[in-house]
Write a protein that binds this ligand. Sequence first.
Ligand code: 13P
Ligand code: SF4
Length: 367
Amino acid sequence: MSILASLQNNRMIPEKYKLMSREELEARVLEVKQKMGARLFIPGHHYQKNEVIQFADATGDSLKLAQISAENTEAEYIVFCGVHFMAETADILTTENQKVFLPDMRAGCSMADMADMPQTECAWEKLQAIFGDTILPLTYINSTAAIKAFVGVNGGATVTSSNAPEKVKWALNQKERILFLPDQHLGRNTAFDLGVGLDEMAVWNPITDTLEYEGDVSRIKVILWKGHCSVHENFTVQNIHDTRKQYPDMKIIVHPECSREVVALSDEAGSTSFIIQMIEKAEPGSAWAIGTEMNLVNRLIQNHSDKHIISLNPHMCPCLTMNRIDLPHLVWCLDMIEAGQEDQIIKVDPKIAENAKLALERMLLSK
Ligand code: 13P
Ligand code: SF4
């Protein structure tokens, strides 16, 4: 579902939740959690606010959260603290008896909304006309269920930032070229690290319906969908130069949704879990500039006072949609579940879910 559709579907949070104190809200979450026990499961993405993540039964990056959803067959109610595509993925991977809820239906992902079905079908038709049956589609898990379904029926798989290298390698062994949706940066960074030259990568522009490439198209191995993350595009080459000048000994670590230029100038790049692990095992006294979402950077700063940690962009970069999930929305959602209301349920159309599952399983079941 697009952000627009979510908005139309959205009921506004009742005023009373905004008037409750933090203590009252926290006490209410604990009360419901205690009452519902194992029937309730709250997964939380690393970008969630502290006020929410403190109640998560499990935290993780997109891959771990998908694995957890596939493994948890017990919880009747899954209250997903993350964004819409993550809750959709959880719905696809859980059983018929399990219900997935998103505490604020407006919590979408602007990158996932950069590839819709009419655009994708048009691109596929034009690309088949140019290249014939030589393309395998891969989609970043940050995409709608419909895009995952398209990829699933066309033999492709989903990828996350932590398994993109192995999945791109796998895909390039299946077919001559890949179409990578919807994040051009993760696609470019991953393919480049695997030895694909920048001159072997083209960009598909879904606004103009054209292939952006100069030269002989038969050389193209990777077609990158022209999408991006509006949070990670705020980390720039200038930020890197400024950081290196001010703190010559500082290491720079970024998420691979940052541009090729930024990743190339950084010391490390990887998923949110990779970033957390690097900081956890770093020497006390070491210094780090991190290029990823603000809540995670702030949490790492708080949890590692023995290290000097800053945001790579001094103005900090919040993911506004992730931040829509706050304590009042969590309590509202839990209250609705208790009252038997399903306004915030995420239910993927069964046919789309079946096909999307093909793409997700090709990712989860592969070594
Ligand atoms: P991770 O899978 O690395 O947690 O990334 C998810 C995401 O949305 C990054 O912007
Ligand atoms: Fe989407 Fe970017 Fe937010 Fe991740 S940080 S959820 S990719 S908008």
